[in-house]
Write a protein that binds this ligand. Structure first.
Ligand code: AMP
Length: 153
């Protein structure tokens, strides 16, 4: 993985906390921003980064998170609009080199592209996974096939 050393994560819910815990364990400087202080309970006891409480749509809150030093920002709240806005500000106002946003609505990905923001769309990822599992046939079919004695043995 590329050595981003200062990572700001916006949204400390289920996804944000997993990312924060993992990246912190790797020894990176991680700052998590969430407007709801209770969200920080999702962080592990070993998390060694900083927590900033506030609305990430406010420049002052992003500055408190040290966005001017950041080389990476992950916008992972559950709101496409918030993620787009924060990601856009990170790219255009603060020049953060690597910005990735969670976007649920696949039709909005083009808007993000326009601003040089990379996106991850859970809706499309889920669709791909559902279709792949569907292709595997009924549950247990693969295990059964693996257990079946080879022809001629
Ligand atoms: P999840 O429940 O996994 O979708 O987590 C979303 C997290 O993003 C929640 O903890 C919210 O409090 C947080 N969040 C939503 N909007 C904002 C915002 N404007 N600024 C900071 N955190 C936010």
């Amino acid at each position: 993985m590329t050595a981003y050393r200062y990572i700001v994560i916006v949204g400390c819910g289920r996804l944000g906390s997993i990312l924060a815990n993992h990246l912190s364990r790797q020894g990176r400087n991680v700052v998590v921003v969430d407007r709801d202080e209770a969200a920080f309970k999702n962080l592990s006891a070993e998390f060694s980064g900083f927590q900033v409480t506030g609305d990430a749509a406010e420049l002052a809150v992003l500055r408190r998170a040290g966005i001017e030093e950041a080389d990476c920002l992950l916008a992972v709240t559950r709101h496409d609009n918030v993620n787009l806005m924060v990601a856009q500000v990170a790219r255009t106002v603060f020049g953060v080199p690597k910005v990735i946003a969670r976007v649920f609505d696949p039709s909005r990905q083009a808007v993000y592209d326009q601003f040089g923001i990379e996106t991850i769309c859970p809706t499309l990822l889920s669709a791909d996974t559902f279709l792949a599992v569907l292709d595997q046939g009924p549950p247990g079919a693969r295990a059964q096939a693996a257990r079946a004695p080879e022809a001629g043995s």
